[in-house]
Design a protein around this ligand. Structure first.
Ligand code: ZN
Length: 311
């Protein structure tokens, strides 16, 4: 069994994962930003899992960490994880955790880890696919691509950062410095900005208002779904994956989100026999964000890395 730790901007989710991908135990704790705090939070999460499940570190044969930013899995370093307070100087996250835990620790970008987790979850549910694209719709928007169980990372470890493709020159300014990025239009933080909801849950609240016929909500919804439709179409046209899996905080909306994107794609493609033939809507799947895909996939990534090391 393995330990997976998914370090996010607000919380760190850890899971004890069986060899078949099933979650045996899990915990969530707040992420303290900054290099030392990130290391300490990950250690605390791993140790709490061992204590809660009555296991010892000797029972664990893989430890994987998923974290935002530019991750080099070979060196186990991370840079530019701005929402957890890690800057341009590489943090040797893998080495620091390994020296504390006495076990190798594999580090992967969080969205890519979740893509592997989605691949594992689909297979566990009886749907083994040749390849899949994973679209994370959370605070930010990014994608991962898994082909025959292996991640594609690109030459600079930024493959899949499609949230920062500008799609609307008249759109809002993005945190990355560009204008009208998909992330600035359709992410969880964009929805919160446009539809402020006291106590959180802006995406669900927006959907509720749309269903109730609120005009302002419908207008915002149309922009959000348009951006997500573009993201899905980009994945379909660049990678042509067998399935496109959606998850992340905004996916808490569930099937209505998937249906709205599929409807929009069908509408936009109504004059294109080519687009209609791609049948993109039918290839979409949604996995509830309560499934800790990042932690599950971090374990899978750690297993894959240890197989690679074994040659
Ligand atoms: Zn951007």
């Amino acid at each position: 069994m393995g330990i997976g730790i998914d370090i996010g901007g607000t919380s760190t989710k850890a899971a004890l994962v069986a060899a078949d991908g099933a979650v045996i135990a899990s915990n969530v704790m707040p992420t303290e930003p900054g290099n030392d705090h990130v290391v300490a939070t990950a250690l605390a999460a791993a140790r709490a899992l061992l204590v809660a499940s009555g296991r010892r570190i000797g029972d664990i044969d893989a430890i994987g960490v998923g974290i935002p930013g530019t991750v080099d899995p070979l060196s186990g370093t991370v840079r530019f994880a701005v929402n957890v307070g890690i800057g341009s100087e590489p943090l040797s996250l893998g080495a620091r955790l390994a020296s504390e835990l006495g076990r190798p620790v594999n580090v992967e970008n969080d969205v890519r880890a979740a893509a592997l987790g989605a691949d594992w979850c689909l297979a566990a549910g009886g749907e083994t696919v040749d390849d899949l694209a994973y679209l994370s719709i959370g605070t930010g928007i990014a994608a991962g691509y898994v082909q025959r169980g292996r991640l594609q990372r690109g030459s600079h470890h930024v493959a899949g950062e499609i949230g920062h493709i500008p799609v609307d020159p008249a759109g809002p300014r993005c945190a990355c410095g560009q204008t009208g990025c998909i992330e600035a239009i359709s992410s969880g933080s964009a929805i919160e900005r446009m539809w402020p909801t006291p106590g959180g849950g802006a995406a669900i609240d927006l959907l509720r208002a749309v269903t109730a016929g609120d005009d302002a909500a419908r207008q915002i919804w149309s922009g959000v779904i348009g951006g997500l439709g573009t993201a899905v179409l980009m994945l379909a046209l660049t990678l042509d994956p067998q399935v496109i899996v959606l998850s992340g905080g905004v996916a808490a909306m569930g099937q209505p989100l998937c249906d709205a994107i599929a409807e929009r794609l069908a509408f936009d493609g109504r004059n294109s026999g080519f687009l209609a033939s791609l049948n993109v809507g039918a290839r979409m799947r949604i996995i509830e964000p309560s499934v800790p895909l990042g932690a599950i996939g971090a374990v899978r990534s750690a297993y894959a890395a240890s197989l690679d090391r074994a040659g």
